[in-house]
Design a protein. Structure first.
Length: 132
């Protein structure tokens, strides 16, 4: 049995958390309803594997001081790309898990009831693009 120990430093964990939870925060800032954001957050905490382990921890590492959509996007979109790059370099097998986890959260946050607003759809497209 081949067992690999996976260790991420605190900064790596903060990057993954900021990226994932920031994606949901961006959708909230773009106008997704509160219930939708709750569904997106639940999707993140339900993740499995390394991604699930990192995202399940309640952390003060998630610093999103932006006051509007543009300020949040300036933080979160690069963090999404950085998270994918980090995982691709250190744990390539975990990249798809991270991407799919964030995309499930984005989908959950968009489609709670009725059609999402054009602003939410546009932000979801930017999040998807940032994931590569």
């Amino acid at each position: 049995m081949n067992t690999t120990t996976i260790t991420l430093n605190d900064q790596d964990k903060a990057t993954l958390r900021t990226a994932a939870y920031g994606a949901v925060a961006l959708l909230a800032a773009a106008g997704a309803p509160h219930k939708a954001i709750t569904q997106g957050s639940i999707a993140l905490t339900s993740a499995t594997g390394l991604t699930g382990h990192v995202l399940s921890a309640k952390s003060k590492d998630i610093a999103l001081p932006g006051k509007n959509v543009a300020e949040l996007a300036e933080q979160v979109l690069p963090a999404l790309t950085a998270a994918v790059d980090l995982l691709a370099e250190q744990y390539p097998a975990e990249v798809d898990n991270f991407r799919s986890t964030v995309l499930v959260a984005v989908e959950a946050a968009q489609f709670v009831k009725g059609a999402p607003s054009p602003a939410v759809v546009a932000m979801a497209a930017k999040i998807t693009a940032a994931l590569g």
